[in-house]
Design a protein around this ligand. Structure first.
Ligand code: MGD
Ligand code: MGD
Ligand code: SF4
Ligand code: MO
Length: 722
């Protein structure tokens, strides 16, 4: 009998988290589409979500644990054998060299998966290492630090009230392509169109005229790395024009006067050359922001991944706050998630800043994570605490962290490495053992992390859509098994885990469902897990609520504007203002594509078809100066790397800025990911520098990297031959 059934699930590929509907025939998924009844996405889906079927069926995706052979190939082994080897090797290394000898890197997918996220603490606590790093230091650490300073919690992240605002100031983000980051709002195009249809305005600040900039009412082509100064200047205008309700500000914040004094350095005239934005534009935008019926400023990667990333993220909140937009409907609001991850993190002790620092460079942790830019040096530098073994979970730091080639060299010299991933990628190819989780349809989903940054409150709990193979395991199960074998347990709290380990001998089995049930019950809506599970399309919990007081965790309930780290960043930024950039300097920034997902999903033919995407966009003026032509290869050189890249001329670029997408450079893994190998490209992070990081949290500087561009065939030689 060919029985066809249909199930709903949630796409975990990006932060939008769209609802999907899959059709199954005899237990196998045969079709995927958007779930029109999903409370958050209402049928919206993008090409990547649709490609999850191809991901499920990809013959190159690992289905069983594998072990690396002497010739670099991988051979299948049993789970038992794999777990035994991993536990034995990691335990021996920690015994001989201390707990910090094992480093961990957790990639982006962890924040999309409730089980893995809840097991993160279990694995880290079992390991007891300080060398825990993640993709956070490539996209979020400055945002977390700004929130920690301002509100007392790294996870208190304001979200633009995109569905009700009349003025959307979008800085260093490209939500039409990324589908939103710390802005969970599926169907961004529809939402932005609705904003304009109700008479609202969209202004995009970006060195490239991006897809979002093209859909906006105004594009401001800023110089990379200057956003903190730009936004502080907008605030300075509000101050000078007496648009700030200072009495209220003094009541609900600390140290306003210290900041007020520092804002004097940031007149539009003083920052105009530095930002490349005329003073009149800054002044006009500030007043438009203040005068609009409602307005919300929002910033993401383009602001985070720079030398002043934390100050920039802070400045955006300061602008919202001083303009009276923080906590105001149509302004910048806090979500009220059904599971309060922020509170849970505080309870677990994982919220904090600079409670410890990295061994070699002394870079600080944020929320328990050290910067990923410390990895290579921690592996290479001898001495007590040197990293000798490495665990990666769902990540590809060789392509995603700065100076990837240095990291690749360091990985080749480790004593042991294990990866939890379903692909052999540029990083996991160095692993001794790879443990693959089940495919995209075989695990249940609960909205957890990104409900914290949702533009509309909702909760969904979908079951596994397809049965998994007898021998397949979910990520969280793999992590829990590792935790147990390393002497820990599911809670990540030492004494409790000891109890749970003992109970295990008497038949106790950990239940992820019970943990989620509890978290929901103790959440702000006091929901019952069974009720959430019974709603396959999710439960709408209403629009974001006004007010910010409930998200301020400082003991006196006031927003802290002047922590020492922020004050010192103000001083450094003021100094930088005095040193304008050389006119002929070229800065490299990144770029995302709708059909890419960082370094992966390049092995799915539909997502890589068409024109090559890994090209360097260059403004025609810069190309002329460097003597390079459209479609040709050119030398691109930075402090750490020099190699050829294909050039595409584009007047989307601000002159002086070139753009290369990250996540390519697959030539070395062509035998493991055959399709990706045919679309290899180069890795942008070969050019970025692990030694240059943001000052407050050690964030990787992935945008605004100084580069030089040279023709492969010098113009003179070309002229002579023609
Ligand atoms: N130059 C430059 N560099 C950047 C950026 C940039 O803008 N410019 N962006 C940065 C950003 S924002 C990020 S987040 C990082 C991303 O960097 P990473 O998180 O290090 O890498 P990804 O490319 O997302 O790789 C994800 C890996 O997880 C695996 N995977 C996917 N789903 C699952 C799953 O469910 N379970 C498991 N176990 N594995 C899974 C995939 O096979 C893939 O190998 O890159 C950063 N690097
Ligand atoms: N299709 C697709 N979607 C994705 C991803 C993907 O790889 N592909 N990755 C996901 C991940 S992990 C993340 S974190 C999010 C990121 O989500 P976004 O932050 O929205 O994504 P980006 O495209 O990196 O946007 C950063 C923008 O900043 C600009 N920029 C660079 N430097 C500067 C600067 O100095 N100042 C200003 N103002 N702008 C600057 C860039 O030109 C770019 O347009 O996207 C997620 N969604
Ligand atoms: S926008 Fe695309 S990739 Fe992101 S969650 Fe929705 S369907 Fe998945
Ligand atoms: Mo990211």
């Amino acid at each position: 009998m060919n029985e066809t059934t249909s199930k709903t699930l949630v796409c975990e590929l990006c932060e939008a988290g769209c609802g999907l509907q899959v059709e199954l025939s005899q237990g196998a998924v045969t079709a995927v589409r958007g779930n029109e009844r999903d409370v958050t996405s209402k049928g919206f889906v993008c090409p990547k979500g649709l490609a999850s079927l191809a991901l499920d069926q990809d013959p190159d995706r690992l289905r069983t644990p594998v072990q690396r052979c002497a010739d670099g190939s991988f051979t299948p082994i049993s789970w038992e054998q794999a777990f035994d080897t991993v536990a034995q090797r990691l335990t021996a290394i920690q015994k001989a060299h201390g707990r910090d000898a094992v480093a961990v890197y957790m990639g982006t997918p962890i924040v999309h998966k409730h089980g893995a996220l809840l097991m993160r603490a279990a694995l880290l606590s079992a390991l007891g290492t300080r060398n825990a790093t993640s993709a956070g230091s490539q996209d979020s650490s400055p945002r977390f630090a700004a929130s920690y300073f301002l509100y007392g919690s790294a996870f208190a992240i304001p979200v633009p009230d995109i569905d009700r605002t009349q003025f959307f100031l979008c800085i260093g983000a490209n939500p039409l392509v990324s589908n939103g980051s710390f802005l969970t709002a599926p169907n961004m195009r529809g939402r932005l169109r609705a904003l304009q249809a109700r008479g609202g305005r969209i202004v995009v600040v970006d060195p490239r005229r991006t897809e979002t900039a093209q859909a906006a009412d105004e594009h401001v082509a800023i110089t990379p790395g200057s956003d903190a100064a730009f936004v502080l200047a907008m605030t300075q205008v509000l101050l000078a024009e007496r648009r700030i309700d200072e009495a209220t500000l003094e009541r609900c914040t600390r140290n306003w006067l210290a900041i007020r004094a520092r804002l004097r350095d940031y007149t539009p005239e003083r920052v105009a050359d530095y930002t490349g934005v005329p003073a009149a534009t800054i002044r006009r935008l500030a007043l438009e922001f203040a005068d609009a019926q409602s307005s919300a400023a929002y910033a993401r990667l383009g602001v985070c991944n720079h030398a002043f990333g934390t100050l920039g993220s802070y400045a955006v909140d300061l602008l919202n706050l001083t303009a009276g937009r923080l906590g105001q409907v149509g302004g910048s609001l806090f979500a009220t998630p059904a599971i309060d991850l922020g509170r849970m993190a505080r309870l677990m002790g994982s919220d904090g800043y600079a409670r410890f620092r990295s061994r070699v460079r002394g870079l600080p942790e944020i929320a328990g994570d050290l910067p990923a830019a410390t990895l290579a040096e921690e592996m290479e530098t001898p001495g007590d605490g040197q990293v000798r073994a490495f665990i990666t979970y769902a990540g590809n730091p060789v392509l995603s962290t700065p100076n990837g080639q240095r990291l690749a060299r360091a990985l080749g010299k480790l004593d042991f490495m294990v990866s939890i991933d379903f692909y052999v990628n540029e990083t996991t190819r160095f692993a001794d053992i790879i443990l693959p989780p089940c495919g995209p349809f075989a695990e249940e989903h609960v909205d957890l992390f990104f409900a914290n940054a949702a533009a509309h409150n909702a909760i969904r709990w979908t079951g596994a859509a397809a049965p998994r193979g007898e021998d397949e395991r979910c990520d969280w199960e793999i992590m829990l098994e590792l935790a147990y074998r390393l002497g820990g347990g599911p809670s990540g709290l030492r004494p409790l885990d000891l109890l749970l380990r003992a109970a295990r001998r008497f038949g106790y089995r950990y239940s992820l469902q019970q943990t989620v049930d509890l978290a929901l019950w103790f959440g702000p809506y006091r929901l019952r897990g069974a009720a959430v599970r019974a709603a396959p399309d999710g439960i709408d919990l209403g629009p974001l609520q006004a007010g910010f007081e409930r998200r301020v965790f400082h003991p006196d309930g006031r927003i802290e504007l002047g922590t020492p780290a922020i004050l010192s960043a103000f001083a450094q930024q003021a100094q930088a203002l005095a040193h304008p950039r050389p006119v002929d300097e070229l800065l490299l920034i990144g770029r995302r594509d709708l059909r890419s997902n960082n370094s992966w999903m390049h092995n799915l033919p539909k997502l890589v078809s068409g024109r090559a995407r890994c090209v360097l966009l260059v403004h025609p003026d810069d190309a002329r100066r460097a003597g390079v032509r459209d479609g040709e290869q050119a030398w691109l050189e930075s402090k750490v790397h020099c190699a050829q890249v294909p050039v595409q001329l584009s007047d989307e670029m601000r002159p002086g800025v070139v753009s290369l997408p990250h996540g390519f450079g697959h030539a070395g893994i062509a035998r493991f990911q055959r399709v990706a190998g045919e679309h290899a490209g180069v890795s942008a992070n070969d050019w970025t520098d692990d030694q240059e990081v943001e000052a407050i949290v050690g964030q990787s500087i992935l945008n605004g990297v100084k580069v030089r561009l040279r023709a492969v065939v010098p113009t003179a030689a070309r002229d002579a031959s023609s």
